[in-house]
Structure formats: C-alpha cells, structure tokens
Design a protein around this ligand. Structure first.
Ligand code: F6R
Length: 616
C-alpha cells in the first residue's frame, strides 16, 4: 500500500522519482505527488487519480531542475483520494514535505494538539500531522532532519514508513520505518529510498534492508542508519538477483499476462537447488534444525487472499505426507480467536509480498506464544521472512500485477517442498516416494507450458461470457481451493459476482442459485485409480446441468466421461491428484484476465485494491 521513492544524487530527481513511481504504482493508485528541493525552494505537485494525472499536471506546469526529492503513489486510508489529501504533505511554512505509508493510530490526538498550538492543517490525512510535528522539532534538533524525525517517531503509534525532505537540508532525504517497508538503494554517488527495490532497480541492484524502528539518512556520499533513539543500528546489505527487465511488461498488454506466461519458469526456479546430489531435499534457508522439526505436533498455515488458497491446498499435502494435523486460517482472524499455540506448533506464514500487515501481526502473535514460524515468501528483504524463524523463498521474480498468479503457483510448490521435507525428516515418507513426487514436480513447468499453449478457446469463452453477472466455481478436495481462487480472480478483476463452492455442499443450499444459462466452472480430478472424487464431481456437474446451468469443465486429457455432461471442456495434462492445482488454476487465471480485459477494466490495477496490504 502506497509507493514511496526518495532520491539524492546527480541525476534529475524528478525523472528518477517518476520512473520509480511508475514501477511502484501497483502498490496504490488513488493519487500521486512529488516534492523537490530546487534552488533553495521546495516545490511540490500532487494529483488525485493515477500517476498519469500527475504527469499531465507536470507537463502543464514544469518543475525546476532538482537533484533531491521524494515521490508518492497512494492507496487511501485516512481521507478520500482527492488532490487535497494526496501526498506529499507540507508544514505551515512550506519548508518541508512528508510522504507516508501506513496508519498513524494516534493522529487525532496529535492533530488536536497541533491545532491548539496554532498549526493550520489543510487535509483529512493522518500524515499531515507528521509534517507539522517535524516543523516543531526541526529547529529544536538544530536543523538535523534525521534527529527531528527520530523525535517525531517517538511520538507516533501505528504503522508507518515516512520519508521527508527539507529546504534547509537540501542534500539529504531521511526516512523512518515501523511495520511498513522501506529499502535503501546504494548507488555510486547517489542513493535511493523506496518501498521496494523495483523503484531503483534500473540504477542499482545493491540494497540495504532496514530493520524495525530505524531512521535512515541518505546523502550522495553515504547512508546512515540509527534506531529511534539515535544509536547506530545494523542493517542487512544484499544484492538483488533480478534486473530491470524483470519489472517491465516485455511486450505484453498487462503485467498479469506476462506473469501468467512466466509461470513455467517461476515454478522451475522455486524447485531449483532444492534437491541435493543424493536425491535428498535440502532447504537451506530453513534455519530450523531437523531435531526441531521432529518435535512438531501441529501445523497451522496462516495467509490472506490468494496465499490463503495456497495454504488450503497445502493442508492436503501436509496431512497426507506427514500425518501431522494441519489447520489453515485467515491471518486476519487468527490472533483474535485465541489459538492454541506452543513450542511444538509450526506456523507456516505464506506471503508473496512479505509485507501483509494481517499476516505480520498473526505471526508475531504466534512467536509470542512460543511457536516456530516458517515463512514462505517471494520478496527478499521483506518484513515477514525477517521476523520468522525460517524462510523458504519462492524465487518467482517480481510480481507487479495486483492479482497474484505466479506468486500462487510458486507458493504451492514451496508448500509441497516443505511437506515433503517434513516427511523426509520425520520418516513418514520413504526416500523413493519423495523422489517420485519430486520427479512429478519437476515435470510441472513443462505441463504448465502445455496448458498455456492451449488457452485460445478459454480466451474466446471469456469474451463470450463477459456480460454475465454471476459465475460459480465447483471443486472437491484440492479442487475446492482452486474453485475459491478462480472466483477470487474473477471478482477482483471483472467486478462480477463469483463464488467458489465445495461441490458436495451444493445440495445444502447453493444449488438454489442455479438458473438457466448460469455459467458453472467445475474442476474435475484425475479419473485414474477409480478416483472416487472424480465420480462424485461428475454427479455434481450433472445435478447443476439438470437445472439449466452451463457446465464448463476443466478435466484431464483423455477423460472422456466429461464429454457428455459438459457444454465446454478445458483440457489439462494429467498430474497426480495433489499436484493438479498447479495446472487447473492456470485456465482460471487466463479466463479472469481475458474477461476483465473484454469489459475494458484495468487488469493490472483493479479498482479499490493494492498489491501489498500494509494496513490491518
Ligand atoms: C489476489 C491477491 C491477494 C493477495 C493477498 C495476500 O489476487 O493477490 O489476495 O494474495 O493480499 O498478499 P501476500 O501474498 O503479498 O501476503
């Protein structure tokens, strides 16, 4: 939520900032703004709406050349997405500008105090209070902007990344973080601050991960990090292993399309290097000893949205392969129900961004109760893996489209690897059984590519159905979370009513929704080995078809039982039941993307959403 960029160096600060905001726009796109320090003056421009509105305003009223500045793209929390509430926010004198990601929970009290002391606040935001507090602290800190920010941070409650520039400190930009992301990009004679590395990846791949409650000052010649009390603080330096081209659309109309197409490679990358020469799984970022993993008597998977669906699928694999009881819970609900946790509970926290606040709070709760937390994450240097006992990175590369696709498939692969690893360590799976599943997993990139090659009929169907007001999805076993995921994709991209059901539940109520012509998409498990799940869902499809539904069926190649009962069949290659979601999800992603496109929606930036949700 909210994208932040700060720059100090020899280049045009405005160019660097606008380019960075373009790459960060997926984080929020309600409004955008910049502030520059130029010729002893602070200049600022901000506009409601997408970055393009700000760019149009800048074309009409060009700003002066500057080498120091900050920029922001917003996902509104306090105050409607208007010009007035767009960041940056200035103090009474117009000498300093602040941008912010997060929520300052005690802002009402701070604001009342400021107004009593004569400050004039002109927006409805929590952020503006910080600008005026800094106005008071800057002289008190003898013009040391970092010290002024530290003093202000000590007064704030809530979650925040703040970045500040001041006309009397023209060669520095300062930032602070608590529970919200901020990374430093280290260049040669220039330095950057940003919500994530994609903002500066075109200029440097050397990054510094800031810790909790730290303040950073960037200058052309260096970076200084302290805690909120001014003590020198340590921060982790790392090299980003992807480059600017990975964060570009690369000829596709949408990032989402590109990311769907990248899935074979992404899944291969998640598997890479996990199997040693002896054929044994080795998960070197685990940081939990085999001994500790043998003590585990319960697993709880926590996640949000699409990642939660990955967790639901993981449960089937974990329980089947390890025989450890596994619960799956929405992170936003987890800590409020007083879950039973102890040292023997392994909590698996799944997150593409590594910044989702609901999940961060849930994992902190789990660790406070003594549980061990393993993060499955795609974003190196993000908060969730840093605060976990162990981490398994998915190595999917940057995911820019708001709707998660390759993030989801690679989370699934990581979950399968964790389940197999536990099976190996605890001896619930023989070595040759593990090898056989690993071989199946290794075949998946090729099979996903095969699914992608056959997607034209799915796109045609999506265009044909683009005026529908409702679509239902049915699945059983691991097909049920796939149905939930298909429905979520359609809701968030096409803004139509879509619901996923466990097919067996239909007769307990939802079947009343079926009416003539209603599209129902069913995920059919493999037919092999007299698979009872297969036969049951075939009956469920017949039930909805008998009531007039238009049955769209995702089934394995060669499964002829579905031909007579389906209006459309989408074919996928054969796969073991537990791994089938890696294939059956793909047509649903393509379907939602194409249907939303046909409706004329912005597929990469659906309304009201943002990529990483850093508020609770
Ligand atoms: C849906 C989607 C969201 C995210 C959810 C969790 O397409 O992308 O539902 O899955 O916000 O995000 P992460 O995985 O970053 O924690």
């Amino acid at each position: 939520m909210c994208g932040i960029v700060g720059y100090v160096g020899p280049r045009s600060a405005l160019d660097v900032i606008i380019e960075g905001l373009r790459r960060l726009e997926y984080r929020g796109y309600d409004s955008a703004g910049v502030a520059l320090i130029a010729g002893g003056k602070l200049e600022s421009e901000r506009r409601a709406g997408k970055l393009a509105n700000l760019e149009a305003a800048l074309a009409e009223h060009p700003m002066s050349e500057a080498n120091t500045g900050i920029g922001h793209t917003r996902w509104a929390t306090h105050g409607a997405p208007t010009d007035r509430n767009a960041h940056p926010h200035l103090d009474c004198t117009g000498s300093l500008a602040v941008i912010h990601n997060g929520i300052i929970e005690n802002f009402a009290r701070l604001r009342a105090g400021l107004e009593e002391r004569g400050h004039e606040l002109t927006s409805d935001t929590d952020t503006e209070a910080v600008a005026h507090l800094l106005e008071e602290e800057f002289p008190a800190a003898d013009g040391d902007l970092a010290e002024a920010l530290r003093r202000v941070c000590r007064k704030l409650q809530g979650a925040f990344t703040l970045v500040v520039t001041h006309v009397d400190a023209p060669d520095v930009v300062v930032g602070a973080r608590r529970n919200s992301p901020l990374v430093v990009g280290r260049g040669d004679g220039e330095n950057f601050l940003a919500s994530d590395v994609s903002a500066f990846i075109a200029h440097t791949r050397e990054a510094v991960e800031l810790g909790q409650d730290q303040v950073v000052e960037i200058r052309r010649d260096g970076v200084t990090v302290t805690d909120f009390d001014g003590n020198p603080a340590t921060s982790r330096e790392y090299h980003v292993d992807w480059d600017a081209s990975a964060a570009e659309k690369g000829g596709y109309d949408w990032f989402m399309l590109k990311e769907i197409e990248e899935q074979p490679q992404a899944v291969a990358d998640t598997l890479l290097g996990r199997i040693d020469v002896a054929g044994r799984l080795s998960l070197d970022e685990m940081r939990l000893s085999d001994e500790e993993l043998r003590e585990i008597d319960k697993i709880i998977v926590i996640a949000c949205g699409t990642a939660f669906h990955a967790g639901l699928i993981a449960k089937y694999a974990i329980e089947h392969w390890t025989r450890i009881p596994c619960e799956v819970e929405l992170a936003s609900e987890f800590r409020y129900r007083d879950p039973i946790l102890d040292r023997q509970t392994l909590v698996i926290a799944i997150s593409q961004s590594g910044e989702t606040m609901d999940l961060l709070m849930a994992l902190r709760h789990a660790r406070d109760q003594g549980s061990r937390v393993l993060a499955i994450c795609n974003t190196n240097g993000s908060t969730i893996p840093r605060e976990s006992d162990a981490v398994l990175y998915t190595h999917a590369g940057p995911e820019v489209a708001v709707a998660s696709t390759k993030g989801f498939l690679t989370q699934l692969v990581a979950c399968y690897l964790v389940a197999l690893y536990l099976g190996q360590v605890r001896g619930t799976k023989w070595g040759d059984e593990i090898t056989s599943v690993v071989d199946d997993l290794r075949a998946m990139p090729g099979k996903i590519a095969q699914v992608l090659e056959g997607m034209e009929p799915v796109r045609e169907l999506a265009r044909e159905l683009c005026e529908e007001r409702s679509v239902l999805f049915l699945g059983r076993h691991v097909g049920y979370p796939v149905a939930l995921e298909g429905a979520l994709k359609l809701k968030e991209l096409a803004y139509i009513h879509a619901e996923g059901f466990a097919a067996g539940e239909l007769k307990h109520g939802p079947i009343a929704l079926i009416e003539n012509g209603l599209p129902v998409i069913a995920i059919v498990p493999p037919p092999r080995g007299r698979n009872i799940l297969h036969d049951k869902i075939v009956s469920n499809i017949q039930e909805v078809r008998a009531r007039g539904a238009r049955a769209i069926v995702i089934a394995e190649e060669g499964d002829t039982t579905v031909d007579a009962i389906a209006d459309h069949v989408i074919r996928i290659p054969s796969a073991p039941t537990l791994l089938q979601p890696l294939l059956s999800t793909v047509p649903l992603q393509v379907f939602a993307c194409e249907l939303a496109s046909a409706k004329g929606h912005d597929v990469d930036q659906p309304r009201n959403l943002a990529k990483s949700v850093t508020v609770e």
